[in-house]
Design a protein around this ligand. Sequence first.
Ligand SMILES: [Zn+2]
Length: 297
Amino acid sequence: MIPYVRKIDFEYGKVDQVSPLIRRVIANNPGPFTFTGTGTYIVGKGEGVAVIDPGPDQPEHLRAILDAVAGETVTHILITHHHLDHSPLARPLAKATGATIYGCAVKAPVVEDAVKLEAGYDTFTPDVSLCGGGAVISGPGWTFEAIATPGHTSNHICYALAEENACFTGDHIMGWSTTVVTPPDGDMADYLASLDLIKSKGFAVLWPTHGPPITEPGPFIDAYKAHRLDRERQILAQLAAGETRIREMVPKMYVGVEPRLYPAAAHSVFAHMIQLVRAGRVATEGAPALESEYRLT
Ligand SMILES: [Zn+2]
């Protein structure tokens, strides 16, 4: 079982000091993919402040961020990925503060699915590209390393804060929920590798964009990964039992889950299926698709 953490004390639009270096303001955009809303993090104080994931394009959230940093200078805006609940406010905040935007633009245009699986996509372009990770970004009293963590999206970046052995994990690792991995931009093999990468860094605390921090990252990531491997085993069991189509497997695998969530679940199964086909454990005719027929090799 994943040891979810969901208890979070906050008031919309009000800034809270959540660690010696970190402040947080939560946007009023609660929903099925955002939990209580987007947590915008403010790191540092005074002359050089960094803002991580400014969030949705809401004037009242922009105002809340600007109020939180009144009298200070925002120099850096760091983006984890291009979903609508993370990046759209970057440009308005940059205009208001003169800050530089860092992140990785999406490589391929994303095909909008008929099913709403995520908060939606933003056509975001950073001023400084961090694709591939590795860049070190610093200001007065803080040092970030960009860590490329593809999986949830191809352009996802986590930001390690050296001074607190902390990591801002965006939607890659969240305490309140598992992450949606939707092909083609999402990739399950990349996702699992990115979980291993964050685990290997030995962070003391993870700060997801939604929900409270994860204070025991090691066991949490182990359980998070075990959950995915469990799903993979369930898929192999379905195939072994003679099921061939994703839409028939989903109700059997997601017992107790509301049928309205089946389309999202089907995409998650599809993400696993692509990985299993690539690994040669499952076969299908042509390129794997949602409606394809699958069988064990
Ligand atoms: Zn996202």
